[in-house]
Design a protein around this ligand. Structure first.
Ligand SMILES: [Zn+2]
Length: 498
């Protein structure tokens, strides 16, 4: 347990004014940051190759007096930007990676900006910008008020595919952080408390022997057979793993044409479960199945673990802090044009599925959202003890210090994530509002953490209670580097589509 001593006392009115100072700064610099978010949206670079997007953020942070260490933890698009000195150290995280195949113009119907191209269908153009904008506003207020502390920005690549933050944690970059804040655009305004699944992302390669599939099949050893047999084994395994586990795969390579026995095939698996130790167990069993498939087919096999992350440790203390600040800032509201835009998108959504999903997520009074497309309500977190089945590399940070990733509404309620609809709203005024609302909330919450040491004390007490003595040990073995080559290859394949 660390301890924080109050070295400054601030009366109530001063305290209100420092938040207002930050909000004023954000309002005055709005256009510049919206432009930055839109540029990142247009670039739509995939994980680990977000070179230009990272540079735009770095340039902005340097312009505002941050010292930037660019290209950290073996990733050219990762950076740590620092302003100030001493305790506390408050971290602001931001991402800027896009997703393949969901490019769209900022219009309320499906119309790709680039046919089959990548798009910001998870809104990461918004929350890289919101986080760093908040950090910059905070740093000006600290300077203005002569307050002590360090503002750190963690530019973290590849949240969507290779879990950049897990590599940054392994490199010790979060070691001195006292708390970390992160924002993610979503369909709700909430500082959620659900945990997430730990995951291993693994590629299984099989090497066999080519032969004429009709003329001399006895000479061939099919790598595709091995991939298929492995999948069958895993599909039988599903009955004998814990209920909450999620195992999914794609076949990335399966041969050229049917008359050649394929000598190379590759599958890509995600293995998820609520606890890191559960993933480790299931992973071991799946590796045995891979070995079995190789024995059955007389092929050689190779296991490539390319990313691995933990489950999330929530923070009620930070959730309450962020929620209060969201309410202080107040939702900016939606214009008739924005509501009309969202209404058109809503016509493309299965409304039954929307209500079912709200029910599944246990959203309080979910029926009241039947006719709501863009949420304005600021909800209290309702989901402590729940597990959202997805995964995020924010989780690995959440084992290092109290961490909060909160949401502001942007995506049309009921619209799926990782989808053209989310790409569309992320590149227009709905996304811009989500960004500014989040930046103000984050700056205000950070200023509370800088000026009220008792909140950090409370957050750390809760953090240690939730960990219950469990220790973090990087799930990525030391000899594994971020998969830069795989990322570059994927990007090259898309080049024609840019
Ligand atoms: Zn995301």
């Amino acid at each position: 347990m660390i301890s924080f001593t109050s070295i400054y006392t601030i009366d109530y009115y001063d305290y209100m004014s420092i938040k207002e100072e930050a909000w004023k700064w954000i309002d005055e610099h709005k256009d510049e940051f919206i432009e930055l978010s839109d540029k990142v949206w247009e670039l739509a670079e995939l994980g680990l190759v977000e070179f230009e997007s990272a540079k735009l953020h770095v340039k902005m942070l340097r312009k505002h007096g941050f010292e930037v260490d660019h290209g950290v933890a073996g990733m050219p698009s990762a950076f740590v930007a620092t302003w100030g000195e001493g305790k506390p150290v408050i971290g602001f995280m931001g991402e800027y990676d896009a997703l393949p195949g969901i490019s769209n113009k900022p219009v309320p119907y499906k119309d790709p900006l680039v046919e089959d191209g990548p798009g910001h269908g998870c809104g990461h153009n918004i929350h890289g910008t919101s986080g760093f904008m908040a950090a910059i506003a905070t740093r000006y207020v600290l300077e203005e008020e002569g307050l002590e502390g360090t503002v750190k920005c963690f530019g973290s690549p590849a949240e969507e595919n290779y879990d950049g933050k897990a590599y940054m944690v392994r490199a010790g970059l979060f070691d001195d952080a006292d708390a970390c804040l992160s924002h993610h655009a979503s369909s709700m305004n909430v500082a959620g408390l659900s945990s997430s699944n730990a995951v291993n992302s693994v590629k299984y390669e099989f090497h066999g022997k080519t032969a004429h599939a009709a003329g001399s099949p006895e000479q061939g050893r099919s790598s595709l057979d091995a991939v298929e047999l492995m999948n069958i084994g895993v599909n039988f395994l599903r009955e004998h793993v814990i209920q909450d586990a999620r195992i999914h795969y794609v076949i990335e390579k399966g041969g050229g044409q049917p008359n050649v026995v394929p000598d190379y095939a590759r599958s890509w698996y995600y293995i998820r479960a609520p606890e890191r130790s559960q993933v480790d167990e299931i992973y071991k069993r799946i590796n045995k199945i891979a070995e079995g498939a190789s024995l059955m087919t007389e092929t050689d096999y190779k296991i490539d673990l390319i990313a691995a992350i933990y489950n999330k440790i929530p923070s009620k203390t930070l959730s309450e802090l962020v929620t209060e600040n969201m309410r202080d800032v107040g939702h900016p509201g939606w214009t008739d044009e924005e509501l009309e835009f969202a209404g058109k998108i809503a016509e493309t959504i299965d409304q039954k599925a929307k209500m079912e999903s709200l029910k599944q997520r246990k959203v309080p009074d979910y029926q009241k959202y039947k006719d709501v497309n863009l949420v304005m309500d600021i909800l209290d977190a309702w989901n402590d003890g729940e597990i959202s089945h997805g995964s995020t590399d924010v989780s690995d940070v959440s084992w290092q210090c109290p961490t909060m990733e909160f949401n502001t509404s942007c995506n049309v309620l009921g619209a799926p994530g990782h989808d053209w609809r989310f790409t569309a709203v992320s590149g227009m005024s709905i996304g811009h509002k989500s960004l500014i609302f989040a930046a103000k909330t984050m700056a205000a919450s950070a200023l509370d953490l800088f000026t009220k040491p008792e909140i950090l004390e409370e957050a750390w007490k809760e953090h240690e209670e939730r960990l219950g003595g469990r220790e973090y040990s990087s799930p990525i073995p030391d000899d594994i580097d971020p998969p830069l080559e795989i990322a570059k290859e994927a990007w090259e394949r898309l080049k024609g589509k840019r």
